[in-house]
Design a protein around this ligand. Structure first.
Ligand code: 3H9
Length: 715
């Protein structure tokens, strides 16, 4: 035994407690400690029953993902060796009760399933989320889970990676009881009761009663594979986990475990596992910001003011209300407010229809939003999010008004995707309490928030924004203040290049198909149509001021806007939309493109998908390198988080900078340099990309080196 696991005995019950902060991950210490504690409890004649639980906030949240990361990158020692421990737990001569609170995930649930009984607190959650890391359960979970909950349920849990809440786990048969009140005491009482039973204690591996009969098997497996293909597009692990689960129903336990191990080790070494594990740590890394430490005091936020009840303001109001935060919503006119509230109500009605919320939950949320024209009550807000349309003068005027209205310590956040935060802050007497919060639409759904740090924004203000983002269930990434910040700044060269490609001879559909085959959630032309072509049109007009003289400008997009083709909202944009909102190629657009290209003297030709990906994704990467060099993003991994959470970049490719690492910065630099020679200034290689290529290193390595300068920063 060691410090990670302790053993105490009280009135015949051994309590084995795992204490490995922050989440009791299964490090080698924990496995050894569990093994030793189990042996002592089994040998101790005074012990009648054994309870295993976690110390601190949770049961076991899984294998140590740092170890899995090493495994993914080729180290053989990264995967925990659990088979012996699981067998010993299951064969223990005394009843073993797993007592779960917080989360029992991955290896945590696998340990729990090897116990004879499982109990949990009412709010505990348990699941097999391994597929989200590009792997499958590797500690016999695919063999025990279907024996407890049946194959269908096991498929659903393992393919989706979604945990069950305790009441659902109880009805599925995953746990045997829910303990209200003190978990240790309740589990001990349960254990004593089980010990007094005469019958043998159930071993999960020996159970057959929940496994399907042979004739039901093909249908269940086909449905499982279908689910994996439909809901987890492009991911290898969700399909592979069905193969492992199939083994539970068709092979003896030991052979099923061997099958699982083969699949686990194959996937653990895969590109997708490398990328998804990178994405996991990247997301947790964004809260580590220089200048913010555990001692930085975030302002408690219980009431948020929102100025502007349009699409963004309404979405932000819903996000706050969903998180239990009271909202004071205002707009210029009663009509605008009324329209905004109606949209919010409609969106909630859809959630009720889809079963996400009950009508009572919606009522509770709506009651948190108070809407009234004017600033009455704004003296009580802790944070204001101004979400009016992108107009600097208007935003400055509102900031100045708010400055006079809200209490001295309250924060003014402006929801802008492009405007200068310092300029807006200059309209107030509290520039240290001003920052940008760039939400993505729909704001109640999209996880990303760019937290824009102005030159005077204080550490406390940033810490508050990070805490609020987390409370809203979002991932907040701190970025610098420059045109387009990080996400949109990178988006522009990507979007322009896609438009140049269609002028050069590809079609919007071909470009979009290449991008979605690459893994992007949507093609760029479909995105443009969804966002509204007029949005980018306005921004283009702003950015054109910064464009190099003589630089190539897209020929088509402005013309589409002049024709009133603003995308989905007008039924026509790059595509024409049918009733069901499906994009269809429009011959009118194709001939307009050709006509403008020919008039512009462009020699049109055909393109392969590979060329399309190089032209678009490498443009994104090159701009990302530039953004990083300018200090607008703190880390390459932050850019990855922004793109995987806000721009539909596939997490299984890790994000654009991680993808660049896997292709090789050297190769990307070479192609970018070739494009530079062919197309001129817009493809000038970012100096940082050139440096990495020359040094033969990667963005990830650069992040690692720079992490030294982030020492002292913490979430
Ligand atoms: C597995 O089990 C494979 C098995 O089949 C066995 C194979 C043989 N390991 O998210 P948070 C860290 S695969 C290492 O901010 P929350 C995290 O990095 C695993 N570290 O907290 C962060 O560190 P830092 C299956 C981990 O309250 C800190 O804990 N399990 C692990 O919002 C706090 O994390 C999973 O996939 C870990 N397993 O959410 C569960 N988990 O402070 C993954 C967390 O230095 N974890 N950390 O940045 C989660 O989903 C969430 O962390 C959890 C807590 C819900 C547990």
């Amino acid at each position: 035994m060691n410090q990670a696991v302790t053993l105490s005995v009280d009135r015949g019950v051994a309590l084995i407690r795992i204490d490995n902060p922050p989440v009791n991950a299964l490090s080698p210490d924990v496995i050894e400690g569990l093994d030793a504690a189990l042996a002592r409890a089994s040998d101790d004649p005074s012990v009648r029953a054994i309870v295993v639980m976690g110390a601190g906030r949770t049961f076991i949240a899984g294998a140590d993902i740092k170890g899995l990361e090493q495994l993914a990158w080729g180290s053989q020692s990264g995967a925990p060796e659990m088979h012996e421990l699981l067998q010993k737990l299951e064969d223990a001569p005394k009843p073993v009760v797993m007592a779960m609170h917080g989360t029992a995930l991955g290896g945590g649930l696998e340990v729990a399933m090897a116990g004879h009984y499982r109990v949990a607190t009412p709010d505990a959650q348990m699941g097999q989320p391994e597929v989200n890391l590009g792997i499958i359960p590797g500690a016999e979970g695919t063999q025990r889970l279907p024996r407890l909950v049946g194959l269908e349920k096991a498929i659903e849990m393992c393919v989706s990676g979604r945990p069950l809440k305790a009441p659902d786990a109880l009805s599925a048969g995953l746990i045997d009881g829910i303990v209200e009140g003190d978990l240790a005491a309740g589990a001990a009482a349960f254990a004593v009761e089980m010990a007094s039973r005469m019958e043998p204690h159930p071993k999960t591996r020996e159970r057959q009663d929940k496994l399907p009969p042979a004739d039901a098997l093909p249908g269940m497996l086909a449905a499982g594979r279908d689910l994996a293909r439909k809901t987890r597009r492009n991911l290898e692990a969700p399909l592979a986990v069905v193969d492992a689960l199939e083994a539970a129903a068709t092979l003896p336990f030991a052979e099923g475990c061997a099958r699982e191990r083969d699949i686990f080790f194959r996937l653990a070494a895969s590109e997708q596992a490398k990328a998804l594990i990178h994405a996991f740590f990247a997301e947790r890394g964004v809260s580590k910001v220089p200048g913010i430490s555990k001692d930085t005091v975030a302002t408690p936020v219980s009431v948020v003011g929102i100025v502007g009840a349009g699409t963004m303001g309404g979405g932000i109001a819903m996000a706050c209300a969903n998180a239990g935060i009271h909202v004071r919503l205002t707009d210029a006119t009663g009509v605008a407010l009324e329209t905004g509230l109606t949209t919010i109500q409609k969106n909630y009605d859809v959630s009720v229809k889809r079963g996400r919320f009950t009508p009572a939950m919606v009522e509770e949320r709506m009651a948190r939003i108070s809407a009234e024209v004017g600033y009455e009550g704004f003296d009580r807000v802790d944070l204001v999010v101004e979400a009016v349309f992108e107009n600097l003068a208007l935003k400055k005027a509102i900031a100045a008004d708010l400055d006079k209205t809200i209490k001295p310590g309250a924060i003014i956040a402006t929801n802008t995707s492009t405007l200068d935060i310092d300029e807006i802050a200059s309209a107030t007497e509290r520039p240290s309490r001003v920052l940008g919060l760039h939400f993505f639409s729909p704001a109640n759904v999209m996880r990303l928030v760019e937290i824009v740090r102005g030159k005077s924004t204080s550490a406390e203000t940033l810490a508050t924004a990070l805490a609020v983002a987390r409370r809203l269930g979002k991932v907040g990434v701190v970025v610098g203040n420059g045109p387009g910040f990080v996400g949109n700044r990178m988006m522009f060269p990507y979007m322009y290049e896609a438009q140049f490609l269609v002028e050069d001879g590809a079609t919007p559909q071909q470009v979009d198909d290449a991008l979605t085959s690459f893994g992007m959630a949507m093609g760029i032309f479909a995105v443009d149509d969804m966002a509204g072509l007029d949005v980018a049109w306005r921004v283009r007009q702003e950015l054109n001021q910064f464009a190099e003289p003589g630089a190539r400008r897209p020929l088509v997009a402005d013309r589409l806007c002049e024709m009133g083709r603003f995308g989905q909202k007008t039924g026509k944009g790059w595509y024409v939309y049918s009733e069901d909102r499906k994009p269809n190629a429009d011959p009118e657009v194709l001939s307009l493109i050709e006509q403008l290209a020919v008039a512009g003297g462009i020699q049109r030709r055909s393109f392969t998908n590979e060329e399309i990906i190089e032209r678009t994704i490498y443009a994104l990467v090159n701009e990302g390198a530039q953004v990083l060099d300018e200090g607008l993003a703190l880390r390459a991994a932050d850019i990855d988080v922004i793109y995987t959470n806000g721009y539909g970049f596939p997490a299984w490719r890790g994000g654009p900078m991680f993808y660049a690492d896997r292709v090789g910065p050297g190769k990307i630099y070479e192609r970018v340099s070739a494009f530079h020679r062919e197309f001129g200034a817009r493809w000038a290689p970012a100096p940082l990309l050139a440096r990495l290529a020359q040094e033969g290193t990667t963005f990830k390595e650069l992040d690692r080196r720079r992490a030294g300068s982030l020492v002292g920063a913490s979430s």
